[in-house]
Design a protein. Structure first.
Length: 131
């Protein structure tokens, strides 16, 4: 939201996000994304229990699971969004968003299951696209 409490134009926000993406490739030679970070985080967690197994996985032979710039990018996204919502007064905790409740009801387990399924499909698609 802007300082006067009005939401940003989605066109302006999308254009700015596109410019940030172009700048990332132009200046750092890196694409930013999240799906690889989730895979690396899973690898780091698995290393706690079975480091020898992770060391044998073809993916992690090429890409050692560790905290890197993409992990810090995700921490920054979360932190920036939290700070923005706290400072503009839009932060609130809610179990079920009003729009969801209106369309699908107030069932928390139903929301959780469908959110998990949607996230799984989105992550599969992102990994399939090598993103």
């Amino acid at each position: 939201m802007t300082t006067d409490g009005k939401p940003w134009s989605p066109y302006l926000a999308g254009a700015l996000a596109g410019l940030v993406s172009i700048g990332s490739v132009w200046f750092a030679g890196k694409y930013f994304g999240a799906s690889t970070t989730f895979v690396k985080t899973a690898g780091m967690l698995e290393q706690l229990f079975s480091p020898e197994r992770v060391a044998q996985m073809e993916y992690f032979i090429k890409e050692v699971p560790k905290v890197d710039w993409q992990g810090m990018f995700l921490v920054g996204i979360f932190g920036g969004a939290l700070i923005a919502s706290l400072t503009d007064g839009s932060f609130r905790l809610q179990k079920i968003p009003a729009l969801w409740e209106k369309r699908f009801g107030a069932s928390i387990p139903k929301r959780g299951i469908l959110a998990f399924m949607g996230g799984t499909v989105a992550m599969f698609g992102a990994r399939l696209a090598d993103g």
